[in-house]
Design a protein around this ligand. Sequence first.
Ligand code: FAD
Length: 471
Amino acid sequence: ATTAIWIRNDLRLQDHPAIERALLISGKPDDRILFVFHVHERYFKKDNPRVDYFYKTVRSFSDDLAAKGIGIRFIYGSAEDAWHDFFDQFPDVTAVVATMDPTDFALERDALVKELTVARDVHFELTESNHIHHQHAIYKDDNTPYKVYTPYMKQWMKRSVRPLIAIDHAKLSEKSLNVAMNRDTLDQQLAHSRWDWKAIGEKNAHKRMTQFMEERLHAYDEQRDYPAIAGTSRLSPYLKTGTLSAVQVYHAAYAALENGSKGAETYIKELAWRDFYNMIHSHYDDLKHQEFQEKFRHLDWRNDPELLERWKQGQTGFPLIDAAMRQLNQTGWMHNRLRMAVASFLTKDYHLDWREGEQYFAERLIDYDEASNVGGWQWASSVGTDASPYFRVFNPVRQSKRFDPKGSFIKKYVPELSNVPEKYIHEPAKISGKAKEESGFEIGVDYPNPSVDHSEARLKAIAMFEGGSSS
Ligand code: FAD
C-alpha cells in the first residue's frame, strides 16, 4: 500500500505532522510513501509576486527532497481532474494525508478531494494546521470563542505547546518512492519570472530564525516599531509557506522567555496574535467580506479609483506612506508598523473601503495570510475585534517623525527625497529658502504635494463612523 503526502503550505522536512502521520500509517515493510503537489488551476500562470514566491519555495522543497533521493509528483489542473488522473496513475495509493489549511479556499478544495477519495475507497486525513494552538483549542469558560485578544492570549500563554516532531529521515528516504517529478510545466512558468527572491527554502529559514533569536530577540520589544532597523524576525513568509512551523518558532524563542527576556515575551505574544486571528476567522462568518462589528457593516466608504491608485503606487505625497507602499511593491513584504499606518491612511484619510486594501495586500504580500490580513485591516480601520477606536486616527506625519526620525527608511524607498534635509523629510512640501535652493528639490515636480488635508480627513472619518457621509 502507498500513502500519499499531499504537500501544500507545509514546505519543510522537519517538525511535520503529515510526514510523521504518513510514516506511522506506512508501518509494514512493503508500504510506501509518495509525495504529491497539486498546482491548482486557480494559481497556475498567475503573474503575481505572492504566487511566484510560493512556487519558488515549492521548487526549493522538491530540490531538498530530490537530494534525499525522494521524488514528488506534480499534478495540474482542477482538483477534480488532477486527482482523478493521480489515482489512475497510482492505483496503489490507499491513503492521502495532508496538513490542515483552515482558509475557506482550502476547506472547499479539500472537501472536494475528500469526496473523490471516498468514492475510491481511499483514506483521507488532515493533521493539525500550522498554528501553535489551533482554532478549537481555546474557548471561554462558557464554551464560546473569545472575541478579544488579551484574555485569549492569557489562556494561550498558559497552555503547554507540543514538543517538536523528530522525523526519521533515513526511514523516510527508504520508504518514499522516487517517482518522476513532472515539474517541467511549473519550471517553464518560473523561467519567465520577474522576481528574484532572497533566502528561499528551509535551510535559509533556519538560518534567519537562528540569527534573529541569537542577535535580535532580546531587543525585539524596543526595536520592532522602527522600519529602518531590522528589529523584527521577518519570518512571516516562512510561516506562510510552512517552511517553518509556528511551533518551531515558538520553541526557538521560548528558552529566552524562561530567562526573563522582555523581547521574547513580546515576540511570543505576537505569535499569539496569529493564532487569535486564525481562531476568529474560523468562528465568525465571512470576515473577508464583512466587518466583525455589526454596527459598522454599512459605512459610507468612498469610491475613488484615482486615489486608490495613488495609494497603491506610493504617490500620496506622505513620505512614510509612500515608502511603505513601495517597500511592498518592490519586496513583497512590509513592516508591521507601516501596515498599520498605510491601512489607517487608506481608510481614514482617503475614506476608501478596507476591502480594497485587503485585496491589494492579498495580491502583493508574500506572507499573505487571510486571517491575519483581514484581522489587521479590520483592526486598523476600526471595524474588527479589539479594533483601535474609530476616533483615534493615525497622523501620517507624526507617525513618520516618531518611527523613522531620520528619514532613512523613507530615503531608501523614495529616492526623489534623497536630497531633502532631515528637517523636511517628513513634510517635503514645507521646504523653503536656502534649504530648498541647496537641495534643488521642487515639490509638485519631483514629488507630489500632500494629496489630502489630514486634519479635515480625520474629522470626516469620525463623522463617517458616527453615521454621516465621507464624501
Ligand atoms: P515579527 O514582528 O517578527 O512577528 C513574528 C510573527 O508573529 C510574524 O511572523 C507573524 O506570524 C506573527 N505576527 C506578528 N504580528 C502579528 C499580527 N498583528 N497579526 C498576526 N500575526 C502577527 N501578517 C501575516 O502573516 N500575513 C498578512 O497577510 C498580514 N497582513 C497584515 C495586514 C495589516 C493591515 C496589518 C496591520 C498586519 C498584518 N499582518 C499580517 C501582521 C504583521 O504585520 C506581520 O505578521 C508582520 O509584519 C510580519 O513580519 P515579521 O515576521 O518580521 O513579524
